[in-house]
Design a binder for this molecule. Sequence first.
Ligand SMILES: [Zn+2]
Length: 624
Amino acid sequence: MGPSPLIYSGVIIILVLISGIYINSAWQWNDQVRSPLLNPVPSQPLDLSSAPGEIPSRILVIINETRQSLDLIAAIPDENRTTINTVIRFEEIMTACDDQTLLLSLIADENPDPVVTSEARNGIGIRDAFLNEVYLRSDMAHALSVVVPEGKEEQILRQKHLENFNFAALPEDKKTKLMRPLENLSAHEKQYAVNQQAGNASSNLNLMSRIIADRQEIVSLLGYPSFADYQIARSGILSDSECIRQTLYTIASPICRLSHDEAAVLLKKKQITDPNATGVFDYEIALLKSRLLNATGQISPNDVSPFFPVGPVLGRMNQVFSRIFGISISPVDQVPQFSPDFTLYRITDPETDEIRGWFYLGIRSDQGLGTSSGKTYYLRAGREENGTWIPAVSAIILTTPDITDTDRDVFTQAELQTLFHEYGHMLVHSLATSRYATLTSGAHESSGYIEIPPLFLEQFLWNPEILDQISGTRDGTKMPKMMQDQIIRSGGRESEYTRVYDVFLSLLDLSLNAGNETPDFLNLYSTLYEDCTGFQSTSGGSALLMNPAFFISGNAGTYWHYVLDNAYAHSLFERFIKAGVMNQSNGISFREKFFEPAGAEDSVVRMRNFLGRDPDVIRCSHTS
Ligand SMILES: [Zn+2]
């Protein structure tokens, strides 16, 4: 997921491949009032207004200005190059481009005018194509490689930028050889996406083997044994696909075993009415849910919700995380809002009152949605400018399947978990303190480790002390101890199945991308599925061919990272349990060693610095 724009699709990119989580915004809700909508810092307004027709012309202006500025850098004679006129100048130019275009994702998702949302979506495509153009420039790759900065942070900055030019920096003959397979891959992936839209699974089954072959051809030209190995190298893990496979199996086996136990319980229940039944099918999981709930003694989500009233819970969450991490999170009134459902929050340093970051929080409804979902948009990265700190800005949007935005005044357990998750994305973006935007921006986090902070934050919800502080009805009734215990025992899951499915997808992703021949996908799917979950697969393989997040997204070949990140998150949280979960000096240590150096220091190094030892997640009998 991170940079290396070039390798998998013709459309790239840095920002876009990152896990569906990010970015920017700009617009207006009302034709009459053209006020900037996100304007937390009067001296540095984020101009979010946009009338129909405005985005297309604005994006061209941004691209032209950016291109001209880059040409000026390229024109500097090598002997006159300095860190300031080349590396830092490049950083400033690309950050300015980010600041103006990151907004497009939020507009594309949230603007009420369909003309504007479609313009925003096109704008993202144009921006991405332009970024491709930038990162293919060998004159830029050369310029950045000539200067060797003295400062540590500047060295990291240059390294981070240079990584995006991997392709441009290759020798010409290699580039020529790569052109054809890259074009093929791009064309095949586009067709795959078209088939998904059209619901044509069988065509995608054929395309899948061609895409696997394209990927294989590309990565072997780059010197990697498989696409998965290429993705592993890019994610910064010093390991190979065999080692990752062993690690995944170590993590997977106990989870798979629990799912098998569940399947066995369900089979017994099923045999009461159907004595000849020999297995439970995947489509029966939902049917048997109530039996499952009874069987494992868990509770109904409807009983839990009244203990999570929206307003009070948000206030308690902000208090809890403020206390733990030694920060202050408070709502800001009387700021121009882009919708009455959005609240602006300010994160400050309680000692100096210095502002660390701003974030918007919005809860909205989408009737077409089956379940709730969350998304964090990185709107502006924090950085130093002229000696002062420009705070980061982000927005969290929680979307519920309700009919109207005002339908509900309580969270479900799952929504609260999503919110904790998005807080993790938001906090790492808000609290990073590097001097340079590229390093502080979660949007530029190039490794596969970006899900560690959100998965880590989720852990807090399933802790008795935190759950006790967060929960409680509007009229002040505390959550019964028995309910708390049950919630904690379940770890937020209605069944083990939800957890095992992620593990299964990770194993499947690795099997698909780690070999050098094309597997029989449907067969691989059902064998692995039954092995891992204990349920029998029916049409799951075909359904997965229609899932845009799986085979051709930026997650391809790194899907397993989520499972690994979860193991890292557990490892980090263990220290919170040992120290006492509300222990502030432990929380501040986490903020200083993990959140603040984000981007400027590898995730693994930050974890090691916090834990005082290796996080000890990757284990295998051989090392590469
Ligand atoms: Zn996430």
